[in-house]
Design a protein around this ligand. Structure first.
Ligand SMILES: [Zn+2]
Length: 251
């Protein structure tokens, strides 16, 4: 599977937990040998401005974070494009699902998922999209930017137990119709992370379900990294998700 990653993502660009030293090393060391690593280009200003206001882009520039945030968005764009052929993953940071058009919080700056889906849409590669956001936290930025467009359905599962959580995901994926199945893949709801709920194998199962749903409908499939803060588990969880996508695609 194609995994989009850039050495610059190792850089500790802020003092928040998403930017912590060692976090991306956890992901890369787990995926190494299991995936084809490709280096993305930054998202273009035009692609970013499809999701964000000029004032917000200027704000991120003022913070000195435009470069790394545009590169993360570019990783999502690259994974989305590759995902139209076969499942792909963007191992990127800063994360994006708390970034709205004109504001951002929660360690996010640009909304990587929104930039990626709008890029696919504006290039005529998709008409509709479904987003599964299994991060611990509600992806308010994804919802604020994408939901009003009318061609994106978004699912933030909220069950408090593993079985119920997987049931919700399965239920939603069984009825979702879309040209691309995208996953805001945050791993902070793992039993050894902040949320304390899901097991590593659950990420594999969700990857499998998302890719199988895509395959069944002749759609694309990709995931982008959001949260996940226990460095001892993050890589294994990302690997489980990537393996699941592969399995679901191959049937
Ligand atoms: Zn989160």
């Amino acid at each position: 599977m194609k995994v989009f990653f850039h050495q610059d993502f190792y850089r500790v660009y802020t003092s928040d937990p998403a930017a912590a030293a060692g976090r991306m090393e956890s992901v890369v060391s787990a995926l190494e040998g299991e995936a084809d690593f490709l280096e993305p280009a930054p998202a273009s200003r035009e692609e970013i401005l499809a999701a964000h206001t000029p004032a917000h882009v200027r704000q991120v520039e003022t913070m000195g974070l435009y470069g790394i945030a545009a590169l993360a968005a570019g990783g999502a764009v690259a994974a989305a494009r590759a995902g139209m052929e076969a499942p792909a993953f963007a191992a990127i940071r800063p994360p994006g699902h708390h970034a709205s058009a004109d504001s951002a919080w929660g360690f996010c700056f640009f909304n990587n998922m929104a930039v990626a889906l709008l890029s696919l849409k504006n290039q005529g590669l998709i008409q509709t999209a479904h987003v599964l956001d299994f991060d611990l936290h509600f992806g308010d930025g994804n919802v604020n930017i994408l939901k009003p467009l009318g061609w994106v359905s978004i699912h933030n599962p909220d069950a408090a137990d593993r079985a119920g959580y997987l049931d919700q995901v399965e239920q939603e994926l069984s009825v979702a119709e879309a040209d691309v199945f995208a996953v805001s893949a945050g791993f902070d709801n793992h039993m050894d992370d902040w949320g304390g709920t899901l097991a590593t194998e659950d990420y594999q199962e969700m990857g499998r379900m998302a890719a199988a749903a895509a395959k069944k409908r002749g759609a694309g499939c990709f995931g982008v990294l959001e949260g996940g803060y226990n460095h001892a588990m993050l890589g294994q969880n990302a690997l489980a998700f990537v393996k699941g996508m592969q399995e679901g695609w191959e049937g």
